[in-house]
Design a protein around this ligand. Structure first.
Ligand code: DX5
Ligand code: ZN
Length: 219
């Protein structure tokens, strides 16, 4: 495992939304590095979650970087509202409708960078690492889904690990893994070269949050 900074990013998808500010505070006090926010539109994935208004609410109860995972079609249409809401990074999917046209990913990345935010790009489990390769020089973050996007609490897909290994050979920026991350699968991902662990269920369903986050750090 490298000396690259390890980031633990609890996914708020698994929190109790009726107590959002307390849940945010709980993971912040327990040592989280970033807050991961899963945005779903009911088209790109068969589920609906939060929009810019919720990101704005989270921004007002935490100082942590907000890592926004956009599981939506036509993400470019929503870049401005999510940036205005206080997003620190925006990570749409390379498979999203609206990002297939030549130059469209680069335009989105530019818009994010002009707002001094970080730009990421994500791939589904069935998408090859090669799909990210043309963009690596302009990206701050890549995200490898380790479950099918759409829902928390699923089983980790080990076939994602070779993709992480491949990406680490090409890319020195942040490599994030998302889905089914626990102490055990977290170690496998770190060994493969990931340095950002997104974990929803494992962190929020734990009764000892600080300890759980430490287990992800390998401490
Ligand atoms: C799934 C989301 C994940 C999800 C992970 O589409 O991208 O961030 O919250 O949840 P767990 O850790 O429960 O698999
Ligand atoms: Zn996510």
């Amino acid at each position: 495992m490298s000396g690259r900074r390890l980031i633990i990013a609890p996914s708020l998808l698994a929190c109790d939304f009726g107590r959002l500010s307390e849940e945010v505070q709980k993971v912040e006090e327990a040592g989280a590095d970033w807050l991961h926010v899963d945005v779903m539109d009911g088209h790109f994935v068969p589920n609906l979650t939060m929009g810019p208004a919720v990101v704005d609410a989270i921004r007002r109860c935490s100082k942590l970087p907000l890592d926004i995972h956009l599981m939506i079609d036509h993400p470019a249409q929503y870049v401005r509202p999510f940036l205005d809401a206080g997003s620190s990074s925006l990570t749409p999917h390379v498979e999203a409708a609206g990002l297939k046209a030549p130059g469209s990913v680069e335009m989105l990345v530019d818009a994010v960078h002009r707002a001094k935010a970080r730009a990421g790009l994500a791939i589904r489990p069935k998408t090859a690492a090669e799909a990210l390769k043309p963009y690596l020089s302009v990206l701050d973050l890549v995200l490898v889904m380790t479950v099918e996007p759409g829902f928390g609490g699923q089983q980790f897909i080990p076939q994602a690990l070779p993709k992480v290994r491949q990406l680490r050979q090409w890319y020195q920026g942040d490599i994030s893994v998302d889905g089914g991350i626990t102490e055990e699968t977290g170690v496998l991902c770190r060994q493969a070269g990931a340095n950002v662990l997104v974990a929803g269920t494992y962190v929020f369903k734990s009764s000892a949050t600080r300890h759980t986050i430490q287990t992800l750090r390998g401490a």
